[in-house]
Design a protein around this ligand. Structure first.
Ligand code: PLP
Length: 362
């Protein structure tokens, strides 16, 4: 049992009797995390002298195998600073149709960075087919935006991109002179899943995370998702890239002062709440087992902490409302999405199963 586990009194339980499965962003800081925040040494990070921010940046860069890192308030800002550091005005990045940087970040790359997205459809495993990537790299011709960057996401919709795919996509990008960015908001969920497979890939999640990162020039990692911190993302890359991202961060209003208060929470999560992500994955599997066999609802085996359910047309909104009336929160318009996290336990998952079964009179 690791230090961040339920047995160590860390898991928050189903707070206020509500089982909130809308997202892994809803967690409250644990007691250990709050203590780390309360005792964090602080300075003014715009002057570069907040020891807690500096320590987090150095620790993550070192663990993931990068030269440098930069603490940001959000994953959105972390991704945007990365895209703006890799691309100039009039450049283009290749990205998935359902990637967060393309679909869920307000079009920031285009609006603020003058960077054109080239979205591609995903294969069922979440990857972007290599042939499609290659076919969409534009020739050096004034008619086209300059293709500069390949941006992937791992996990993507809760799916883990295969390690050999990452190697092949990275090699393809390099061959065409493209930089490679990973939205690793849930990098450690991917790493835990890879490590859980063991075998030749090894069983250390930090090592698995490092291997995933070895295929990228930059990676953004969120601490306010499954890792349970209240705020924060860290962008990792070369010293030169981080210098450029630092300038963009300032311009985007992300220069924070005594930010060590927040960075210390992220650092605590990095040290104590990575290994427990496996518990969230187990809860997702428990949820799926309980939901199997319901008429009108199809569930896919989860790879990490996100469960999607296909429901018959017109049912999703009604089911979301029904679950809410039973104190179970989830999201979905066409597909239902349940996300397990630090603040939900087996009893909460069982309540979600029972409430769903009642909806189907099963
Ligand atoms: C895959 C992914 N990337 C980036 C983000 C952006 O993070 P933030 O909400 O901190 O801006 C999210 C947020 O849910 C996400 O799921």
């Amino acid at each position: 049992m690791n230090e961040g586990s339920k047995a160590a009194g860390q898991r928050g339980g189903n707070i206020g009797a509500i089982v909130d499965l809308r997202s892994d962003t809803v967690t409250q800081p644990t007691a250990g995390m709050r203590a780390a925040m309360a005792s964090a040494p602080l300075g003014d990070d715009v002057f570069g002298d907040d020891p807690s921010v500096n320590a987090l940046q150095a620790a993550l860069a070192e663990r993931l195998g990068f030269e440098a890192a930069l603490f940001m308030p959000t994953g959105t800002q972390s991704n945007l600073c990365a895209l703006m550091a890799h691309c100039q005005r009039g450049d283009e990045y290749i990205v998935g149709q359902f990637a967060h940087t393309y679909r869920w970040e307000g079009g920031g790359a285009a609006v603020l960075g003058s960077i054109q997205p080239q979205p591609l459809s995903h294969a069922p495993d979440g990857s972007l087919p290599l042939a499609d990537i290659e076919a969409n790299i534009k020739p050096d011709d004034a008619h086209f935006a300059r293709t500069r960057l390949l941006a992937l996401e791992n996990t993507i919709g809760g799916k883990v991109l295969p390690m050999d795919y990452l190697a092949a996509a990275s090699e393809l990008a390099k061959r065409h002179g493209l930089s490679r960015h990973l939205d690793g908001a849930r990098l450690f969920n991917a790493a835990i899943a890879v490590a859980a497979r063991g075998g030749s890939e090894g069983s250390d999640p930090y090592e698995a995370a490092r291997r995933i990162c070895s295929h990228f020039d930059s990676v953004s990692v969120c601490f306010s998702k499954g890792l349970g911190a209240p705020v924060g993302s860290v962008l990792c890359g070369s010293r030169e890239l981080i210098k450029s991202a630092h300038r963009w961060r300032k311009m985007l209003g992300g220069g924070m002062r005594q930010a060590g208060l927040l960075a210390s929470a992220a650092h605590y999560a990095l040290d104590h709440q990575v290994k427990r992500l496996g518990e969230d994955h187990a809860l997702a599997r428990r949820l799926v087992e309980g939901l199997q066999g319901l008429p009108g609802l199809t569930v896919e085996a989860p790879q990490t902490n996100i469960v999607f359910c296909d429901v018959d047309q017109g049912i999703a909104a009604k089911l979301v409302e029904h679950l809410k009336s039973e104190g179970v929160l989830t999201t979905g318009l066409y597909k239902l999405r349940f996300v397990t996290h630090l603040d939900v336990d087996a009893a909460g998952v069982d309540r979600a199963i029972a409430a769903t079964r009642r909806f189907f009179n099963a």
